[in-house]
Design a binder for this molecule. Structure first.
Ligand SMILES: Nc1ncnc2c1ncn2[C@@H]1O[C@H](COP(=O)(O)OP(=O)(O)OP(=O)(O)O)[C@@H](O)[C@H]1O
Length: 325
């Protein structure tokens, strides 16, 4: 569905020097810094995938999304999406994609949500029956009923984001680009947005490319990760592979009826002990967890036990460290 081959993009940013004299000089002879936003990026994405596109600030994520959605033209490289070159066949191409930039709105600020939707219907020339069907489905699944008459400027961030997502899907695209769709949302709104994306992917088969700094978005949604750093693609693989690469450590927390002396367990390291709670760490990925738990259960009167893998944020920090980005 998506073939990106050797895409590069460099921005020229005017150098600014201090002082009036330098500013006047700059009017006649501009000097530029080169920012290599994308350097030889290649990847392929199959229909029905949800791919998380991650990387630190300034890595090149939004630039890639802009190239893939046809807003920016790269300096070199090829990009074929749904059989189109995004920046060459924009009019036909945009009928087949949806784009949400979490930090920018595609809705009309002073106009009620419903009228924004109508304007989009005109722009995309959506046939009436398709529009009605998609609109009704989106209003129901994103719970927009009570927001339709409200001007966009009066919506909360979470309400606006739900409307933005609906707006990007009114024409029924096969491919959805989401650039930081959960930025600034509270826990309830985040969960609602994530659940909707999952359903859309599962039930309608919509392919989703998602950029985010919230690793729990990635954990909840993406089976595949693309990592970009300083404009270069550094990792393309599954979250499971990433876990097996870095997440060797697991933590076992046990609550039990009082026992004063600490219990050592073969295969695990005792990290902390109190008369009714112990924390063990297990280093090896292939450690025999059931043997460890059985050992604990045979010697302690257990009330509760929890096994936790390393948090995903720690994994990503390890990944950024490895690639020095
Ligand atoms: N229009 C532009 N003009 C000049 N430089 C730009 C422009 N757009 C992006 N850049 C530069 O290109 C680089 C990549 O920017 P981009 O917005 O793609 O990063 P990002 O990974 O989306 O970052 P963030 O996570 O902070 O949103 C940055 O150094 C940025 O300053």
């Amino acid at each position: 569905m998506i073939h990106v081959e050797g895409i590069s993009k460099t921005f020229l940013v005017p150098k600014r020097k201090a002082g009036l004299g330098q500013s006047v000089k700059a009017l006649f002879r501009r000097e530029y810094n080169q920012v290599k936003a994308l350097q030889d990026i290649s990847f392929h994405i199959q229909p029905g995938e949800i791919v998380g596109y991650i990387g630190p600030n300034g890595a090149g994520k939004s630039t890639t999304i802009k190239v893939m959605s046809g807003i920016l033209v790269p300096d070199s490289g090829r990009c074929t999406i749904l059989g189109h070159t995004p920046w060459k066949e924009r009019t036909r191409y945009v009928q087949r994609i949806g784009v949400v930039f979490g930090q920018r709105s595609q809705l009309w600020w002073d106009v009620p949500v419903e009228e924004s939707f109508e304007l989009l219907r005109e722009i995309y020339k959506i046939p009436s029956h398709v529009y009605r069907q998609n609109r009704d489905m989106l209003i129901e699944s994103l719970d927009l009923g009570s927001l339709l008459q409200t001007p966009v400027r009066s919506l909360s961030l979470g309400q606006r984001m739900r409307c933005e997502i609906a707006a990007s899907l009114l024409h029924g695209p096969e491919l959805l680009f989401l650039d930081e769709p959960t930025i600034g949302l509270d826990a309830v709104s985040k969960l609602a947005v994530r659940r909707f994306i999952q359903t859309l992917n599962r039930e309608k088969g919509v392919t989703v490319i998602l950029t985010t700094h919230d690793m729990s978005d990635i954990e909840a949604l993406a089976s595949r990760l693309l990592l970009i750093g300083k404009g270069k693609l550094l990792y393309d693989g599954s979250l499971t592979d990433l876990r097996s690469r870095y997440s060797l450590q697991r933590t076992i927390t046990v609550l039990f009826r009082e026992r004063m002396e600490a219990l050592q367990v073969p295969g695990a390291t005792l990290a902390s002990w109190s008369p009714d709670r112990a924390v063990y760490t297990v280093e090896e990925a292939d450690a025999n967890m059931s043997a460890i738990i059985t050992y604990l259960a045979s010697r302690l009167d257990i009330l509760d036990v929890a096994v936790d893998a390393q948090p995903i944020d720690d994994l990503i920090v390890s990944l950024y460290k490895e690639y020095q980005i």
